[in-house]
Write a protein that binds this ligand. Structure first.
Ligand SMILES: NC(=O)C1=CN([C@@H]2O[C@H](COP(=O)(O)OP(=O)(O)OC[C@H]3O[C@@H](n4cnc5c(N)ncnc54)[C@H](O)[C@@H]3O)[C@@H](O)[C@H]2O)C=CC1
Ligand SMILES: O=C(O)C(=O)COP(=O)(O)O
Length: 525
């Protein structure tokens, strides 16, 4: 039975959905890394939030794992390259908590503007310090957004509603989208110079790490207030403390820290500093959204092969998956066929689709060809890591879509470049579901690629089939099906012979010695 582990605190709707869909589920939030490593081998799926660290070590122990589902947005707690290399899909829920997080950023902006936490603490301490807390209005002030994606743009709309001016720094924000949102698209230096409030909404990457560095904090308007509900690591925390103490920064609100859980920080107690413990996504609405979404997505993948919101694999809807299934089987068989015949002498792969196949999502078909091809020399290859491994090996992979319909109503062809030239195999689906090979290296054939087969290239001479049949018969090997094709009479011919049982190595040597035989390769499908 398919098994999923929920290793972080998640709304109970996630577990309920897994169960409804016939998946066994364990909820074990709060395990130590070692405890998690000890049990992860039992599970096909792992559902997490930000506390679980899906490290390379954990993924290595996760021998059955097929999918990591992040009930939330940031996947910086998952080692994506390690997951990809092991063929594990990583998916997130990119929209379920964005409104909630944007609202938290706005809440922190007001908390800074009116010093709400300090005023609350003082009042509840019985001090009634009415003259101590003088705030600022946000109306008419400039909000500088660093990162204007899903959350940043929601923050922008809320800020515009509060009659603020919004300036956004985001290299990927198009001028048209900026106009549509009503924000000024600016460079970082201009944002730093103009903003009364700065709020961060980028992922943590090599480009964004330390975007509010000591130097950049020095370029801000004196008295700026800073909010970070994105990721720790975007701000130099030591420089922020100094800037708060010098008054360059009047206030800073962090929901996220370089190191979490942040149970101690030099920033704690600094005047003008407020913080929350990574609460950006913590509303009941957002948690229900992400729990439902992650459980549905993971179930679709584990049960139907549908792929939604994957970080390391192209999307494939649960509706598309059954239609693509026979194509993926055909594509994998074609990949296996060329992989077994050509070995590792493969430099480029072009996957061509024609007729009905050209109407489908081609990425999974290409992934299946590559998985079949590379699966012949790597044990751990699958649909997820095949494109990545192909890239790593320097394979030039192309996809071609022909709108024309040829001799077959649907066709998948694989053209492979080798050191000796280019070869091509092609297949179709009989009755829209049964894969059949129809072209093998320029020779028309018609074969099911199944079980054990022998690929033989020979010179077309009278009596060859008899000699071949006798050799197999004498070794006690029963022929199941026999497929023949040739380029021209008495020219080069190919035979694909399906046999019952295995083909011993000695048999391959015997066949290779038959008169006229040029090549013999045993195949397994
Ligand atoms: N505190 C919390 O609980 C939560 C935090 N987050 C975090 O919020 C962040 C933003 O999330 P979304 O808006 O959903 O992501 P998104 O991917 O929709 O937007 C990120 C934006 O950052 C921009 N960006 C990328 N590199 C940049 C650079 N070098 N300089 C400036 N902009 C750059 C991108 O173009 C994109 O528009 C993520 O780090 C996410 O993990 C998300 C949800 C909850
Ligand atoms: O979705 C995100 O990126 C978040 O940071 C939310 O984290 P959480 O699920 O609350 O641990």
């Amino acid at each position: 039975m398919t098994k999923v582990l929920i290793s972080d605190k998640m709304d109970p709707k996630a577990a309920a959905i897994f169960r409804e869909r016939g998946i066994e589920v364990d909820e074990k939030p709060g395990l130590t890394p070692d405890e998690l490593k000890a049990i992860i081998g039992d599970y096909d799926g792992l559902a997490i939030r930000s506390a679980t660290k899906a490290t390379k070590g954990l993924l290595e122990a996760a021998t059955n794992l097929k999918v990591v589902g992040r009930a939330g947005i940031g996947v910086d707690n998952v080692d994506i390259p390690a997951a990809t290399a092991r063929g594990v899909v990583v998916m997130n829920t990119p929209f379920g908590n964005s409104i909630t997080t944007a609202e938290h950023a706005i809440a922190l902006m007001f908390a800074l503007a009116r010093q709400l936490p300090e005023a609350d603490a003082s009042t509840q301490a019985g001090k009634w310090e009415k003259n101590r807390f003088m705030g600022v209005e946000v109306t008419g002030k400039t909000l500088g957004l660093i990162g204007c994606g899903n959350i940043g743009s929601i923050v922008a709309t809320r800020a515009l509603g509060l009659k603020m001016k919004v300036a956004a720094f985001d290299p990927f924000l198009t001028p048209e989208r900026a106009v549509e949102l009503g924000v000024d698209k600016v460079e970082l230096d201009e944002l730093l110079r103009r903003a009364d409030f700065i709020t961060l909404h980028t992922p943590l990457t090599d480009q964004t790490r330390n975007v509010l560095s000591r130097e950049n904090l020095g370029k801000t308007k004196k008295g700026v207030r800073i909010i970070n509900c994105a990721r720790g690591g975007l701000i130099d925390e030591a420089a922020l403390k100094d800037a708060l103490e010098s008054g360059q920064v009047a206030g800073a609100a962090l929901d996220v820290f370089e190191s979490e859980p942040a149970t101690a920080s030099p920033l704690f107690g600094t005047p003008g500093f407020i913080s929350t413990p990574h609460l950006g996504a913590s509303t009941s609405e957002a948690q229900v959204n992400v729990a439902i979404q992650v459980a549905e997505q993971m179930s679709d993948f584990l049960l139907l092969g549908g792929v939604t919101n994957a970080i390391n694999m192209p999307s494939l809807t649960a509706e598309e998956a059954p239609r693509l299934k026979p194509y993926m089987s055909l594509a994998e068989k074609l990949g296996k066929l060329v992989g077994q015949i050509l070995g590792e002498d493969v430099r480029s792969v072009s996957v061509e689709v024609e007729g009905a196949a050209a109407q489908l999502n081609q990425k999974p078909i290409t992934g299946a060809v590559l998985a079949g091809l590379m699966g012949t020399y790597s044990q751990t290859v699958n649909m997820v890591n095949a494109p990545y491994l192909a890239k790593e090996r320097g394979l030039d992979v192309r996809e071609v879509r022909h709108d024309r319909e040829g001799d077959y109503h649907t066709l998948v062809a694989v053209e492979v470049g080798t050191s000796k030239g280019t070869v091509r195999v092609a297949g179709t689906l009989f009755g829209n579901k049964a894969p059949r090979l129809v072209e093998l290296f320029g020779v028309e054939v018609e074969a099911e690629l199944q079980g054990t087969m022998i690929y033989i290239v020979n010179t077309d001479t009278p009596g060859f089939i008899g000699r071949l049949g006798t050799a197999l018969g004498e070794a006690g090997i029963n022929i199941a099906t026999f497929n023949l094709g040739r380029r021209e009479a008495l020219g080069e011919a190919v035979a694909l012979v399906a046999v019952d049982g295995d083909v011993p190595v000695e048999m391959v040597a015997t066949l290779a010695k038959l008169e006229g035989v040029r090549d013999v390769v045993p195949l397994r499908f």
